[in-house]
Design a protein around this ligand. Structure first.
Ligand code: FMN
Length: 179
């Protein structure tokens, strides 16, 4: 099973990237999680959407060829970062490669609500006509990692109760994506 991850933070020590790296290590025998380089994408421009160039075309192919998409988002000013919205804008147009695709959302923030506001916005965006993703239902599956800096060490999530919770959500996502 092939999962493509979109990480909404492009900084090298990103905790959201560390969370995806943790899942790559933890579930590596079951699924292959590759990380799309959304920082490489140009700013979306409708003039270019029918002939967007190699970087965008390859990115869309990666999504189209995957069995599911994992989105790891920080919260920037109560919503998702622009770099992630830009990636979603590209895939919302022309070939619309996210339509019906299984999506799991996770997020790490430094604050108390663990990207809750960003994730609510993200669910709204993913429901728009051009995206129409098949998002894992929120009930029991909201991965809201708060107080992030205290839960990671050497680039990996080490908080046991959070890891155990994510194990259950990821299992449900894999079952959901297979259906
Ligand atoms: C531009 C910017 C805006 C932020 N806005 C919020 C916010 O609205 N809510 C929040 O909980 N944390 C906010 N933060 C703090 C992030 O939660 C924290 O920097 C987090 O570690 C970012 O994710 P990363 O480690 O994957 O880069 C903001 C950080 C930045 C740089």
């Amino acid at each position: 099973m092939k999962i493509v991850a979109l990480v909404g933070s492009t900084r090298k020590d990103s905790l959201n990237l560390s969370l995806v790296n943790t899942l790559q290590v933890r579930y590596g025998e079951k699924v292959k999680i590759s990380i799309a380089n959304i920082a490489e994408l140009p700013f979306y421009n409708q003039d270019d959407e029918n002939n967007p160039g190699e970087v965008v075309t390859k990115f869309k192919e990666e999504i189209a060829n995957s069995d599911g998409v994992l989105i790891a988002t920080p919260e920037y000013n109560w919503t998702i970062p622009g770099v992630l919205k830009n990636a979603l804008d590209w895939i919302s147009r022309v070939d619309k490669v996210l339509v019906g695709k299984p999506v799991m959302i996770v997020g790490v923030s430094a604050g108390q609500v663990g990207t809750l506001r960003a994730q609510l916005h993200l669910r709204q965006i993913l429901a728009s006509p051009g995206l129409s993703a098949n998002v894992l239902p929120a009930a029991g599956n909201e991965v809201l990692v708060n107080f992030g800096p205290s839960k990671f060490k050497d680039g990996l999530l080490i908080d046991e109760s959070t890891l155990n919770f994510i194990d259950g959500v990821f299992e449900r996502f894999i079952d959901w994506a297979k259906k």
